[in-house]
Write a protein that binds this ligand. Structure first.
Ligand SMILES: [Zn+2]
Length: 313
């Protein structure tokens, strides 16, 4: 209860310092894109001031500046370390973070045990890290199937998550991964309902039987699909600033998280890619509060529910 009172007070006072001391989770975080931009610049990564304002500019930024950094072990370390330091500094005690399986191919010569050894070195008293295998629809090829399956069955990764352009490749290409991961009771996540409408969210629910949906904001278009999500206890990890910057919502004031929460869907508030959106977990809560999307009690309830979802797992 102490945490709740302090959290609500800090929201009302716009006090990030106090918020940073209060326990939170971040369940939608991409490992290599979640450090701060100035941290990279301070570490001599040359980044010109390019603005990310839609999905195309995000991909361009990522390819130009981040992919080359990720290609060495030291570079990947720098990106991940920056992410986790930021989690700790903002009061995130549990992060569920997506790591691209292609990093294993590119940087560790497809050696899954070397990759796992590398990731295992990130251990902190104040932060629990859950690693999720990120599978990009856009770059997927059949030849990667074996290594992804090896990772799913390694016992190290907590789950899988399908990302990037929704429906660019039919869901049928990825169904086997979800079958396997669900069989092992891993966290099955899918990015859906960010770019496409509620029908695609339904398709993903029926095709993959996921435990969590990343974004999922277009689900509010269709109550019947919200009912399916409710019945299946699906958790939606929602990132308001990401949606705004990439143009999937018109404003924070009108963000669908309000309707999702009020309808009784399980939602959490998360950051997506701090590097591109420059909005940490406390900023996300503060924006929803100051734009009167949700009140302090509701935001605290979402914060506490997130902790509960993680403790349960
Ligand atoms: Zn995402």
């Amino acid at each position: 209860m102490g945490d709740s009172n302090s959290f609500m007070q800090a929201l009302k006072e716009n006090n990030k310092e106090i918020m940073s001391q209060i326990n939170k989770v971040d369940l939608h975080n991409h490992a290599s894109y979640s450090c701060r931009l100035d941290y990279l610049v301070n570490n001599n990564i040359n980044i010109e001031n390019e603005k990310v304002s839609n999905i195309e500019s995000l991909i361009q930024f990522s390819r130009k500046y981040i992919t080359p950094v990720k290609q060495t072990e030291q570079g990947l370390y720098l990106l991940l370390y920056g992410n986790f330091m930021n989690c700790i500094n903002t009061g995130v005690s549990f992060v569920s973070t997506d790591i691209d399986y292609k990093d294993c191919i590119r940087t560790f010569d497809s050696d899954v045990s070397k990759f796992i050894d590398f990731l295992s070195q990130f251990k902190y008293d104040k932060l629990k890290i859950e690693w999720i295998i990120e599978i990009s629809r856009d770059s997927y090829k059949e030849e990667y199937k074996d290594i992804i399956m090896e990772m799913i069955n390694s016992g190290f990764f907590a789950g899988i998550d399908l990302v990037s352009t929704e429906n660019s490749i039919p869901n049928s290409m990825f169904v086997d991964f979800y079958k396997e991961a669900n069989k092992l009771d891993l966290k099955t996540k899918v990015h859906a309902g960010e770019q496409l409408g509620a029908d695609y969210v339904r398709e993903c629910i029926l095709d993959f039987n996921p435990k969590e949906i990343q974004h999922g904001i277009s689900i509010i278009e269709d109550e019947s699909i919200m009912n399916i999500a409710k019945e299946r206890n699906i958790v939606f990890n929602v990132c308001p600033t990401s949606n705004l910057v990439l143009g999937y919502v018109d404003s924070i004031e009108k963000h669908p998280i309000k309707k999702m929460y009020e309808y009784g869907l399980k939602v959490t508030i998360a950051t997506d890619d701090l590097l591109y959106f420059n909005s940490d977990i406390n900023d996300e809560y503060l924006k929803l509060y100051s734009n009167k999307v949700l009140d302090a009690k509701e935001l605290d309830n979402i914060r506490e529910n997130g902790i509960y979802y993680c403790e349960r797992s």
